[in-house]
Ligand binder design. Structure first.
Ligand SMILES: NC(=O)c1ccc[n+]([C@@H]2O[C@H](COP(=O)([O-])OP(=O)(O)OC[C@H]3O[C@@H](n4cnc5c(N)ncnc54)[C@H](O)[C@@H]3O)[C@@H](O)[C@H]2O)c1
Length: 421
């Protein structure tokens, strides 16, 4: 801020959208979808793009002057890179995971992080359904035989999915949507989830995992990646499954014991499997894929592509791009991964104070007493807290003394204050 020891003036010292000096800069790495660029440029940002990820040192060198950073899964946004990013307001992870970002360091510096948790839900559901049908009809075996010159028209071992029971383990975003679409195909759906979930359609909630395993013709895993789900499925669970059942895992590799799955496929206890995620996945296209599941009959192996569609990429670009644009213009943190979530409708004829602070008693009272002492009326105000942080959006009339902003910045609990017009 003006007068800081090194004479540096951070970008958020002015009034955004009014007296802001020059265009707000966004740096997008890793070939982010053009939809994001279109949205950010439409919101008045100056966008610079790089096709690849940057190293920690290159990122730290590139970030001064940048307000928004867009990355995918390869760029590591470390505490050191963030320490160099004095102007950074937000990081958009144009993907699902945020493990590549030091969230604690981002929060401590008042940097909002957004991701796209729902954009590829439909893509995973469609691949799961395609594989359920392919396994039930033994399609990949027929396909392989035809390519090898064998004409086998037999119906043996091929079934319709209609009337079969699908057991969904993990009834979250993906599991619940799979439930709805599968019922439309005439399947009976049972599910098991450790959390209370709204039951959709005619699905039946199983009280225990064993109940699901003993009922389902097809078991599909859609649990999240919490550490306790490591080896959730092993010898005991596969043994409980019905003879001739099918097994699918499109959630996380470490959830399944692949040796146990292999044994049950080879013994014929399970009729087939589809696996999209693996405990050890190659880091690049050139690296060999090794797995004990290779070369087994009626087993479909895919390279972690459950969410990889052009539609999902476009949706991710629009979703995260929109979150970043809303954060810059309105201070909205709705669906932020790390900051308290607050959104006020856009207002005219007011300035908005976006005040991020340490979550200690009395902050709101202190903000309001500064405003009252300067005879400033509050038009609208919302506060939310999350862990160690609080975030308040306050709309005030545009005639106020500059001292108000200086006093709010000086408050002990203040992490960051932006004034939006
Ligand atoms: N293959 C891919 O490319 C791809 C793409 C997107 C998501 N995924 C993965 O799919 C999984 C599901 O994603 P989502 O968006 O539906 O997640 P979500 O968080 O919405 O749902 C997960 C559900 O699993 C439940 N759960 C967790 N542990 C459980 C357990 N031990 N037993 C029963 N239920 C349990 C949770 O209560 C929750 O309802 C995640 O692991 C995600 O990483 C994979």
């Amino acid at each position: 801020m003006p007068g800081s020891p090194d004479g540096y003036t951070p970008l958020d010292s002015g009034v955004w959208g009014l007296r802001y000096p020059g265009p707000v800069k966004a740096l997008l790495l890793e070939n982010i979808h053009p939809e994001a660029v279109r949205l950010l440029e439409g919101a008045g940002l100056e966008v610079t793009e790089h096709r690849s990820a940057l190293s920690e040192a290159d990122l730290a060198a590139a970030l001064p002057g940048v307000a928004l950073l867009g990355i995918r899964s390869k760029t590591q946004v470390t505490a050191a890179a963030l320490a160099a990013a004095r102007d950074l307001l937000a990081v958009g992870a144009f993907c699902i995971g945020t493990d590549q970002i030091d969230l604690a360091a981002a929060s401590a510096g008042g940097v909002a992080v957004f991701n796209a948790p729902y954009s590829n839900t439909r893509s995973v559901v469609e691949l799961t359904l395609a594989e359920i049908i392919a396994l039930t009809r033994r399609l990949t075996e027929k396909d392989r035989a035809m390519h090898a010159g064998f004409w086998d028209k037999s119906a043996s071992g091929a079934h319709e999915v209609r009337g079969r029971t699908l057991g969904i383990v993990g009834y979250g975003n993906i599991g619940a949507q799979l439930s709805v679409v599968s019922e439309a195909l005439g399947m009976r759906v049972v599910f098991y989830d450790t959390a209370d979930k709204l039951v959709l359609g005619n699905a039946h909630r199983c009280v225990t995992l064993d109940e699901l395993l003993e009922t389902a013709d097809i078991v599909s895993l859609h649990v999240d990646g919490r550490p306790s789900n490591s080896s959730l499925f092993g010898e005991k669970e596969f043994s409980r499954m019905r003879p001739g059942a099918l097994f699918l895992n499109l959630c996380r590799g470490f959830v399944v014991d692949h040796q146990a799955l292999r044994a049950h496929l080879l013994s014929g206890h399970l009729a087939g499997a589809a696996v999209d995620v693996f405990p050890d996945e190659p880091r690049s296209a050139g690296e060999e894929f090794t797995s004990v599941l290779r070369d087994l009959p009626n087993v479909i192996l895919t390279p972690h592509i459950g969410g990889s569609t052009e539609e999902a990429q476009a949706d991710i670009g629009a979703f995260v791009g929109g979150k970043l644009a809303d954060f810059v213009a309105e201070g909205s943190t709705s669906l932020s991964v790390n900051l308290p979530q607050v959104a006020l409708p856009p207002a005219t004829g007011t300035h908005r104070l976006a005040h991020l602070h340490h979550n200690v008693p009395g902050v709101l009272a202190e903000i309001n007493s500064v405003l009252a002492a300067h005879n400033v009326n509050v038009e609208a105000q919302l506060l939310a807290t999350r862990g160690e942080l609080g975030y308040a959006l306050t709309d005030i009339g545009i005639d106020y003394p500059d001292d108000v902003v200086a006093r709010l910045r000086e408050m002990d609990p203040t992490v960051r204050l932006r004034v939006l017009s």
